[in-house]
Design a protein around this ligand. Structure first.
Ligand code: IFG
Length: 513
């Protein structure tokens, strides 16, 4: 090869090899955007001799360490193990320091050429720091099979902590039923973007999805179909416990919802005595809303609700129980108010805080209750006036069953078309006059499933909007702008591909820049 050609090749490699080694931490595409990043201009490399160091006394870091070791080993092909003292270089050190960085979900990530150190006051912070480390490595780190390296990360320091304590998404498993495996994959998506709540919409007109041992027909009959007439399905109590454990291991709280007094046809079809006329309803496989109501002036209704809330609360370690309360058009107003107040006391009796859709803001709420704003500012402000907190889920911004635009085949458009920029460009504390951060618990993005039937369709409606909702929940408003975000989001396209996520390639995002 001629001297000239050799020089050009070497130069080319220098440029391409040089750019392949990340050196500027501040140029990385982390979502949610961290609170602060300081770059120091070099790089750290994970190699076959890398180990994860957890010094003794941090035993509750064991699971998090194994989680990281599993993730790294699978895609690097290295055998990365946990050790209890730092012997070599290229180590990853995880440590809990009660005097450590800010907040119980915060973390400090310190990267030098020799070691990568994650420090936090709680294991949750280490878990969130690990999500950041994943995003600093090449997209191949997300592959389920060994990929070519090198596995390099730019050096520097990241100090990070979330804006809101409630950063969630909802999955409607009632209109269409989804398997335990599908729910676990949905949980993996939330964990990757540092979200910490999964709200499961477990019952509706079309299906009852959670086994209640004292009322077995709810699932044997009420769980036997779904929108469109398919076979439906339900979670046994062991299935539900498995979902709860999978979520809790990833610092995600499950919020179970039993929607009532409306949205209850599946229960009304399962037990005649729950109907005011003592006639069991037919199973329903359509998509209308607002036509059903439990019989609010029969005592057996409250015995039923007491059993349901007792059994479900016993399997739910999280602090919340969602009672729905939306679109109760078939319930007289005064019956609705009486019903919600009685159910609120049952929820509290079993040690949980009630969450209800914003219509419940009209009732005598206890200060520890929460309303989920989806449609009515008026009801939400009524709730705040009674000392309740608000979860922000404006349908026009966060409903992931809304079409991206008129060409989207799945979903609805009754609230709005929600393109990727629409879902990102709003702020929870500015959305409703009179609703400020002192009233707001956090944000949640619901996915209703009337038109969504499988995991691919879930992925198409959820990505690429979900990372934006995660950033709204985590990152302070001053650090958020569409220009910067869309640039970072464009670099997540190859991560979605590595995770085999079937995402909508919005033209508003410069995916192939
Ligand atoms: N509103 C209903 C949901 C669902 C949704 C579809 C709420 C609180 C319309 N209630 O949103 O059950 O049908 O976009």
């Amino acid at each position: 090869m001629s001297r000239l050609l050799l020089t050009i090749t070497a130069l080319g490699c220098l440029i391409s090899c040089e750019t392949r080694t990340p050196k500027d931490l501040s140029k990385e595409s982390i979502i949610p955007r961290p609170a602060s990043i300081t770059a120091t201009g070099s790089s750290f490399r994970i190699t076959g001799s890398t180990s994860i160091v957890i010094t003794e006394g941090d035993s509750d870091l064991e699971w998090v360490g194994q989680y990281l070791a599993g993730l790294l080993s699978e895609s690097t092909g290295f055998d990365i193990d946990l050790v209890d003292e730092n012997k070599g270089s290229e180590s990853i050190i995880l440590k809990i320091d009660p005097e450590g960085p800010i907040g119980e979900e915060g973390y400090e990530l310190n990267i030098t050429e020799d070691e990568l150190t994650l420090t936090a006051t709680q294991p949750a912070g280490i878990f969130y720091g690990i999500q950041t480390v994943r995003q600093l490595l090449p997209a191949g780190i997300e592959s389920s099979t060994p990929q070519e390296g090198p596995w390099e990360i730019a050096t520097g320091t990241i100090l990070d902590n979330p804006r809101y304590g409630y950063r969630g998404a909802m999955l409607d498993v009632a209109r269409h039923f989804f398997s335990v495996e599908d729910v676990k994959r949905y949980i993996d998506f939330l964990a990757y973007y540092k979200m910490n709540v999964l709200h499961l919409h477990l019952s509706d007109d079309q299906g009852w999805r959670i086994e209640i041992k004292s009322w077995p027909n709810l699932t044997s009959h009420g769980g036997s179909t779904e929108v469109g007439g398919g076979e439906g399905g339900y979670y046994t109590q062991d299935n539900y416990r498995e979902i709860v454990k999978y979520a809790n291991d990833r610092y995600i709280t499950i919020v179970p919802e039993i929607d009532m007094p409306g949205h209850t046809n599946a229960a009304l079809a399962s037990y005649a005595e729950l109907n005011c006329d003592n006639k069991a309803r037919e199973l329903y496989t359509g998509t209308e809303v607002g036509f059903s109501s439990l019989c609010t002036d029969k005592e057996i209704t409250y015995e039923f609700i007491d059993d349901v809330i007792r059994e479900l609360s016993e399997m739910t370690p999280g602090p919340y129980f969602h009672i729905g309360g939306d679109e109760s058009h078939a319930t007289k107003k005064e019956d609705y108010l009486y019903f919600v107040e009685r159910v609120q006391s049952i929820v509290n009796k079993y040690g949980k805080r009630m969450i209800g859709w914003d219509e419940t803001g009209q009732t005598q709420l206890l200060p520890n209750s929460v309303v989920q704003f989806w449609n009515s500012s008026e009801y939400s402000l009524q709730a705040v006036a009674k000392g309740a907190k608000v979860i922000m889920s404006p349908a026009k911004k966060t409903y992931m069953d809304m079409k991206y635009d008129s060409t989207t085949s799945l979903g609805y458009d009754w609230a709005a078309y929600i393109e990727v920029d629409d879902g990102y460009q709003w702020d929870p504390a500015e959305y409703v006059d009179g609703l400020t951060d002192e009233n707001i618990l956090g944000v949640e993005a619901p996915l209703w499933s009337e038109t969504v039937t499988n995991m691919e369709e879930i992925e198409y409606m959820v990505f690429p909007r979900l990372p934006g909702y995660a950033e709204i929940g985590w990152t302070s408003a001053v650090l958020r702008d569409w220009e910067n975000y869309s640039e970072r989001l464009s670099n997540h396209g190859d991560r979605f591909e590595a995770m085999e996520i079937d995402f909508y390639r919005s033209e508003l995002v410069p995916w192939d820049k």
